[in-house]
Design a protein around this ligand. Structure first.
Ligand SMILES: C[S@@+](CC[C@H](N)C(=O)[O-])C[C@H]1O[C@@H](n2cnc3c(N)ncnc32)[C@H](O)[C@@H]1O
Length: 258
């Protein structure tokens, strides 16, 4: 087995309770490996993202942010973009909020990713916090909206992540989780070939780091299917849960309310 393939949890042989990278045997090791991996690729992350997604990622961030315009435009609202990375989703939220809109916080546990986010947003009223999504330094009921773009899938424990998101939401607060999916049919076959063979090769050449772009397709394959994810959200205490696929299901957004 390739050392970067994911290993099932001992308490969950189906292996879908959280991300695993390298041969990480427990949640702490898995989290540490994910943080290290994103810290290593931070300098080339934006370039790689745009090249490998053919810039469609910009459309996905915009579409997700637009869905929550009514919250974002409220001057009394607080919004958290979790696993914000270099801040593109956070910036998309800010564009919808406009000046005088919600207070927006971006949080991530990879310091080099956050540094880039801070540099990209210099002069804008955005707040950056170094924090682990599984143990956030925020008070209960602090946010009206929590988003996470392509970050939630990397958590070492999905259910704990959902519970922690719910904890920091106000009653009636909303969650939006944007992540990759696996399209069906012929497109699915072409996409899987691109994702599993072409993308890791280009990613390795452009980033100079072997591993992260092999981890990406493996983490998507491990991520729960939409029905399972929605049921996990319900179990975590979210209501009105739903899923909207984007671009033939290559990605999609899960949302729900506390
Ligand atoms: C694929 S990047 C996505 C970044 C950004 N949201 C975007 O759309 O480009 C995933 C991010 O999740 C962060 N991340 C993963 N697990 C995390 C955790 N437990 N706590 C905080 N951040 C985490 C990584 O550091 C990384 O920056």
């Amino acid at each position: 087995m390739d050392e970067r393939e994911q290993v099932p949890d001992s308490d969950n042989p189906s292996g879908s309770s959280g991300a695993r990278v390298e041969a990480a045997q427990d949640q702490i090791a898995a989290s540490k490996a994910v943080r290290q991996m994103f810290s290593n690729i931070a300098p080339r992350y934006d370039l790689l993202n745009h090249v490998l997604s053919l810039n469609v990622d910009r459309y996905w961030w915009w579409r997700t942010a637009r869905r929550f315009r009514s919250i974002l435009r409220r001057s009394d609202a607080s919004v958290l973009d979790l696993c914000c990375g270099t801040g593109d989703m956070t910036l998309a939220l800010f564009r919808q909020a406009g000046s005088g809109g919600a207070c927006i916080v971006g949080a991530d546990f990879a310091h080099p990713m956050l540094c880039r986010a801070a540099r990209k947003s210099a002069g804008l009223p955005l707040h950056w916090v170094e924090a682990d999504a599984l143990e956030m330094p925020f008070a209960d009921a602090r946010f009206d909206l929590v988003t996470s773009a392509f970050g939630f899938r990397n958590l070492a424990n999905y259910d704990a992540g959902l519970r922690e998101i719910r904890r920091v939401l106000t009653a009636g607060g909303e969650v939006a989780i944007l992540d990759f999916g696996e399209p069906k049919g012929l497109l699915g076959k072409i996409y899987r070939y691109y994702f599993r063979c072409v993308l890791p090769a280009i990613g390795t050449v452009l980033s100079g780091v072997k591993g992260p772009y092999a981890y990406l397709p493996a983490s998507v394959a491990r991520f729960p299917q939409p029905q399972e994810m929605l049921s996990r959200m319900k179990t975590a205490g979210f209501g009105e849960v739903n899923y909207t696929p984007y671009t033939f299901g290559i990605s999609g957004v899960y949302w729900g309310k506390k």
